[in-house]
Design a protein around this ligand. Sequence first.
Ligand SMILES: [Zn+2]
Length: 365
Amino acid sequence: MKRTSLLSVLLAAALSVSMLAGCGSTDDTTATDATTVTTDPPVVTPPADTHLHLDPVAYPDEFDFSDTDSIERYFDMCEILDGVRVSVAKRSKQITMRAKINGTTFSLTVGLDKAEGHTTPEQVVTCAKLFWYCYPQMYARFATKTTPTSVTLNIENEGYEVAHASGDVVHIHDQWLEKNPQDFDCLTHEFAHIMQGGWDGNYCPAFTKDDGEKDTYMIERFADYCRYLYAYKGGYYNDMIWTLHTVQGENTYYKSVRFWVWLDYTYSTNDIDIMLRLQQAVSKKTYGNDAWEPTGEAWGEMFAGTAAEGKDLNTLWEEYAGSQFASAKSKPREQGAKSALLGIAPLRTALQDRYPDGDNYRKVQ
Ligand SMILES: [Zn+2]
């Protein structure tokens, strides 16, 4: 028992560190200010019958790796995604799924070697479904020549981070979903980091703080933009626990996730995708940090040909800050309901209209 409670303390400490790094959850009411994040985030428990309603498969308490057939069955998503092949590596406790989607073969390997049963089998399967839901969609829009199509998700009862991404591997702590059973979309955020392919901080939008230190804010804003737009099952889990700060909560362009969601929604078109332009420019190291200052030439290129052409970031921020969009609540009244924000701006469906190929992936429920 002592070991368990020590782990909890370590995990709580790790969560604070993670939030300092900008990968933590945000909502309308909780400031991200480091000084206020000293305890575990609130745990949200779904209604008791939710999982029965969502998924009729009866999962065991633990995977039995001597019975690989049953494990393959739990991960067989043929009914919702054609042609998924599942294989189980008994000794290394890895489950691999492969499927061809719109001409690209993707694979996901879930590594459970260092899991100790805190994440339930049902949650592990949901994590896999989330990958098939969001990763190919993000890939179709943002992939560069080097973006991996094979990704590993390791669920590990070790380390101090909630979740992180490196290369083509994502780690999530084994105890995270146990304590935060709705927070599957922290993985959407990490998969978005894989899309970035290790952006170089010297070539991405950055902000120089008063102490002279550089804040390469766009690395996290981009991942959070993706987390919101590509959230599993249209935000079914995400929106109850992770919402977009209003303009009062995040009051500058470099802190605000919502601002970038607004900018893309308002000014990208079917022909010109501002977030894609940004991803391509940063990936190719087209502009140094100076060009990404609010009035810098990089933004001129990003906005060229859109209705934002000729406007700088400060002007756009003022426009955003005065809008209804900036203040509408993004947490729905109940799970599965539409938030006030989505009521005034159908953000996810608008994106689906721009990228209709994503319909295939969104079948994953
Ligand atoms: Zn992050």
